[in-house]
Write a new protein. Structure first.
Length: 627
């Protein structure tokens, strides 16, 4: 198999082709020259031979006189005598015919019986008749070749020439062709020798030409494989030597360019790898050829193999909406929704053409920017503005209505006026509370809210807050709603680093909600649990609970499960949102568990370090002094 492959490579090599072309050219040239030479030699030899067998002029004249003679008795005898007197060893036979085609004499003693017979040779008949005929003819008789020379005999009388007969000279040309064969053999042997010598010279010349070409080929193969080491030794200053020098310079330039491109590629790969934005590049057919990790993550692909070669329309999931022509002609950016059941993902895709200086578009570059948070913020901002507008419009409308009624005459009725003013005062107070809450949220968002943390005993603070609600119900003779606070608070010390007033605000807010939504006579359960690294406070009511679809939104700003009831009870819809922000500032977390119709439990988890670790870190003298 390998030897066959080598043979095929040899026959396909330029070494073989040069030798073959040189040899074929030599053979064709020698063949053409030989054919022309042999042909010319044959014609020259035959021409010379015909000159040798041409009858002397006196013989032609004698034969003409005999055929033109009026006395025909002794003509045949006289012709015979004339023919016998012709002494030419090259001539085999001479025949003389009269004007009617009858053989009147022959020099061949074996053909004397033919005298007096009429010829059947059409060529002779044409010559006698004065028509067109072949003067020189080669014929074959008994395996021998003969030259026939036909000549008319004319007699001139009173200036007028008349054909009186035809003489035909027949001579063997075997000697001529034997000499031609010997000369052809000599030429053929010389040609074979010249061809063999030419092949040897062709091989030598082709090898001298192809050896540097082979070196150049080997060098270019190494360059193609990325190996730029070594070089071609240049021994000549001809075209091939100059080509070798150019290949060496080309290798150096390619190595420099490749190193530069590799550096740029690595730098580009590093940039693309660490970009937070996704980057995708395609060819002119829209098939992906470059994609970075961020783009893979955004589009939900595992690795490059899942993207390379695929259409950008499929990857961006827009094949049913846009064509590649739409992206090339009209689209500069698109907002794409890659959201799933687990998480929301909004991507803005920016499209740019890869265009050459000639105007030819060779592909697209797509930059993917995650705008999920931006979209969420924008949506929350619009919702926040809408909620604030709605929440402020309701009390303002109410206040305006009552003020208009007072202006229209209700002010004259003291009882009605007092009632209207009381409502306007309540609505104004509610707006003030809402604006204060909004200002507090604004300070939290801007990071300007002041936090004064201190280590407190969380159980004592929790009991202190609950004591206040117990006192409220105990001192109120006619409360709107009766409730009981059940405490499950162990008697141990857990010190937490928090702002006391802010945490009290959170617990007050959760307790107020529990009281609002608990039934009359309900029990509110307050628990404190130690989870080693964090303490969890929980407040459970026996109210209507929160539907499952609203649990995840309960801490959103202005969100209410029952908007009419909340507004009637004076809520702003911002308390739980403020509580969540405060607890997260403490490094804690807040959440709710609820079953619709069976009440809700709000949890507040605060991180802390065990007391003994804190005690070990503090200086005992400072602690004693502070005490």
């Amino acid at each position: 198999m390998e030897s066959g492959h080598k043979r095929r490579r040899f026959f396909a090599s330029i070494h073989f082709k040069i030798a073959l072309v040189f040899t074929l050219t030599l053979i064709v040239t020698l063949e053409l020259v030989g054919a022309f030479f042999v042909r010319q030699l044959e014609q020259q030899s035959l021409s010379t031979f015909r000159d040798q067998i041409t009858l002397p002029a006196y013989v032609d004249d004698s034969l003409t006189q005999q055929l033109a003679s009026n006395n025909q008795r002794n003509v045949n005898q006289n012709i015979h005598t004339i023919l016998n007197s012709t002494n030419n060893a090259a001539i085999s036979e001479i025949q003389v015919f009269d004007t009617v085609g009858i053989l009147r004499g022959t020099s061949d003693v074996n053909n004397q019986d033919e005298i007096g017979k009429k010829t059947t040779d059409t060529n002779v008949k044409a010559a006698i008749a004065g028509g067109k005929y072949k003067k020189n003819v080669i014929v074959t008789q008994n395996g021998l070749r003969y030259q026939l020379v036909i000549k008319t005999l004319t007699n001139t009388v009173d200036g007028e020439s008349n054909v009186v007969g035809v003489v035909v000279v027949r001579a063997s040309v075997e000697t001529v062709y034997d000499n031609l064969s010997k000369i052809s053999f000599i030429y053929f042997a010389s040609m074979v020798f010249a061809i063999v010598l030419g092949i040897i010279m062709a091989i030598f010349i082709s090898r001298s030409i192809t050896r540097p070409i082979a070196q150049i080929s080997a060098r270019t193969n190494k360059i193609a494989q990325g190996d730029y080491s070594g070089g071609i030794n240049v021994h000549t200053d001809d075209e091939i030597g100059q080509l070798a020098q150019n290949v060496n310079m080309l290798a150096e330039r390619i190595e420099e360019t490749t190193n530069s491109m590799d550096f740029e590629r690595r730098r580009l790969d590093s940039v693309l790898e660490y970009m937070t934005d996704g980057v995708i590049a395609t060819d002119r057919r829209g098939n992906i050829n470059i994609i970075n990790i961020a783009a893979l993550r955004m589009t939900g692909l595992a690795d490059n193999h899942d993207a390379i070669g695929r259409s950008i329309l499929d990857i961006l999931r827009i094949a049913d909406q846009y064509s590649l022509r739409d992206l090339l002609d009209n689209r500069h950016e698109l907002l794409l929704d890659f959201s799933t059941n687990e998480h929301q993902l909004m991507i803005r895709a920016y499209f740019s053409l890869i265009e050459r200086s000639s105007g030819f578009i060779s592909g697209l570059v797509i930059v993917l920017h995650d705008v999920t948070e931006q979209q969420r913020t924008e949506r929350e901002r619009r919702q926040f503005v809408s909620n604030v507008s709605h929440e402020l419009r309701t009390p303002l409308t109410s206040v305006k209505s009552y003020v208009d009624a007072l202006q229209d005459g209700a002010l004259e009725d003291p009882e009605v006026a007092h009632s209207f003013l009381s409502v306007a005062q309540d609505e104004t107070t509610r707006m003030i509370h809402m604006i204060n809450d909004l200002l507090e949220l604004s300070r939290m968002d801007s990071g300007t809210m002041k936090i004064d943390n201190e280590f407190i005993n969380i159980a004592n603070l929790f009991n202190y807050v609950l004591d206040r609600f117990d006192m409220i119900i105990a001192n109120d003779d006619k409360p709107e709603k009766y409730y009981t606070v059940k405490r499950v608070i162990p008697d141990f010390q857990i010190w937490v680093d928090v702002d006391t007033s802010k945490l009290t605000q959170v617990l007050d807010n959760i307790m107020n909600n529990a009281i609002k939504y608990s039934p009359d006579g309900g029990v509110i359960t307050a628990r404190l649990e130690d989870h080693q690294t964090e303490v969890v406070l929980s407040i459970t009511d026996q109210g209507l609970g929160i539907p499952n679809k609203d649990v995840t939104q309960i801490f959103d700003r202005f969100f209410r499960v029952d908007k009419a009831r909340s507004r009637a009870q004076g809520g702003t819809g911002l308390g739980l949102a403020i509580s969540k922000e405060i607890i997260e500032r403490f490094g804690g977390r807040v959440w709710v568990e609820s079953t619709e119709g069976r009440g809700s439990t709000f949890f507040v988890a605060l991180p802390y370090e065990p007391y003994n670790e804190i005690d070990d870190d503090w200086d005992d003298g400072d602690w004693d002094e502070e005490r």
